[in-house]
Design a protein around this ligand. Structure first.
Ligand code: HEC
Length: 463
């Protein structure tokens, strides 16, 4: 597998994106079916409360709140614009290619409703019948955690740039426990953008003190993986490399923690160990800030997982290479591929496409030995800010002997507003350094979460 000093490394790197998009106006018959008068109470509030309010409220990631008529009305024109361009709600995957679990995508009809409502100057309708503003759980979206593990304080400099940190979160508990799921609660909810956690599985006989070493490192200072692991004291006392449980928790604003149906997923958490966050991304801020209350909520399970899940990483640092080698010359738009031969039949649960700033499009599908095509994911307009782990509604069975094919295009020209270099410069594969946002590097990966196939998985729902 993709080992760097024995470890899986999947730095997810994102930054700020400009608001742009194609017009996707409603078809004539959809527009024709629109109600005479579109009102907030009857038509708009349900759309906004379901698709926007999870992020656009106090203590969440959106820049302003949409929790009542006045707040929505105040931004009505912009709302019409960003929904028509499909900039909001953020969902880069093409829902007509594959429709995923918990998908947040407006229909053309809903977009037209919003447009007509704004044209009609935002009628409120019957104020008495406005649906209640959703109430969001405080502290956890799932329930009462069995234990809570706090993060170290993280200082975020107010210099209007994105910040990326490697974080070590050590813990000790009385005994090893099986874990159902790990939920992440960011401290600074406005700035926290993503967080990807792995669990270091120290051998208790070989690691005395899990709390030693640096807890927080800015990734731009972290050129060398060896240096990072040494400074954070991530090796065992005899110098050997501990095991790693990859991707135990991934966070993006507005995304609920991954909970699969009973028996699927989960892992054994040793009595003492450390989470290794690679990485934790904060958006830009004009003033100095601190994140002091980020934490994990851990939910135990009494029994070992019936169906453990595994990660397979294709592309950069993964089991099958990017072809040709990932070198994107200045002023070129260039396409690369990855091909992977499936050894044993896989029951696929989640996919995570990964590129950096100059990604443009991403498509993955499998070709079975019978030459059938299984669509996996298509991202028509890559947006490095929203790197979801997309979970299928139902397990996708990929027969042994299939070939998984990834095709991705990068735009290293001046036409790409996200190009970090002016003028464009050659950009190469990041090749395993912990320096996630260096403007000189890119990555191309597809991360698959799967279970070894069992009969009946074809019918297994993940909802
Ligand atoms: C997953 C979280 C999330 C969801 C869901 C979401 N937003 Fe946002 N929204 C954001 C964030 C974060 C920003 C700031 C983006 C930026 O600065 O690039 C934003 C920005 C905006 C903006 C400002 C855009 C601009 O050009 O300045 C508008 C308007 C907006 N959202 C409307 C909506 C509407 C309407 C919906 C629902 C249809 C929605 N959002 C759903 C997170 C979300």
């Amino acid at each position: 597998m993709n080992k760097i000093y024995g470890w899986i490394v999947t730095g997810i790197c994102v930054s700020i994106m400009a608001c742009s998009g194609d017009d996707t106006s409603a078809s004539p018959e959809e527009s024709a079916a629109l109600p005479e008068t579109v009102t907030f109470s009857e038509h708009i509030a349900p759309i906004i409360y379901k698709n926007c309010t999870p992020c656009h409220r106090d203590q969440s990631a959106g820049p302003f709140s949409f929790t009542n008529y006045e707040e929505v009305r105040a931004k009505a024109k912009t709302i019409a614009k960003v929904t028509r361009s499909r900039f909001m709600p953020p969902w880069p995957a093409d829902p007509t290619y594959v429709s995923f679990k918990d998908e947040r995508v407006l229909t053309d009809y809903e977009i037209s409703l919003i447009g007509k409502w704004v044209e009609q100057d935002c009628p409120i309708g019957d104020a008495q019948s406005i649906p209640a503003t959703p109430v969001y759980p405080i502290g956890s979206q799932i329930g009462e955690p069995d234990i809570v593990i706090p993060f170290p304080d993280i200082d975020i400099a107010g210099n209007n740039t994105d910040h990326f940190f490697l974080v070590k979160v050590p813990y000790e508990m009385p005994e090893a426990r099986y874990v159902k799921t790990v939920e992440f609660i960011p401290g600074n909810k406005k700035l926290a953008h993503h967080m990807n956690a792995n669990l270091i599985l120290f051998d208790p006989a070989k690691k005395k003190d899990v709390t030693k070493g640096k807890k927080v490192l800015a990734t731009n200072l972290a050129e060398s993986a060896l240096l990072v692991q040494t400074e954070m004291d991530n090796f065992q006392d005899d110098g050997s490399v501990p095991g790693l449980q990859p991707l135990v928790c991934n966070y993006l604003p507005g995304v609920s923690p991954a909970i699969y149906p009973a028996g699927i997923g989960g892992f054994l958490m040793p009595a003492k160990g450390a989470f290794f966050i690679n990485d934790y991304h904060f958006g830009p801020s004009a003033k100095d800030e601190i994140d002091s209350t980020s934490h994990f909520n851990i939910f135990f399970s009494d029994a070992p997982p019936k169906r453990p899940t595994y990660e397979l990483l294709l592309g950069s640092l993964g089991v099958s290479p990017v072809v040709p080698a990932l070198i994107i010359p200045a002023n070129e738009v260039k396409t690369f591929t990855i091909d992977y031969q499936v050894q044993e039949t896989m029951s696929l649960i989640t996919v995570n496409p990964h590129m950096h700033l100059i990604g443009k499009t991403f498509t993955a599908f499998a070709i079975t030995p019978k030459q059938d095509t299984i669509k996996l994911v298509h991202i028509p307009k890559w947006d490095f800010r929203w790197q979801y782990f997309y979970t299928y509604k139902q397990v996708v069975v990929i027969p042994a002997g299939s070939r998984i094919h990834v095709e991705a295009t990068f735009d290293n020209t001046v036409n790409n507003v996200n190009n970090p270099n002016h003028p464009p410069q050659v950009i190469i594969d990041r090749a395993g350094r912990f320096d996630s946002m260096k403007s000189t590097n890119e990555m191309l990966q597809l991360i698959l979460s799967y279970m070894p196939y069992q009969p009946g998985d074809e019918q297994l729902s993940l909802e």
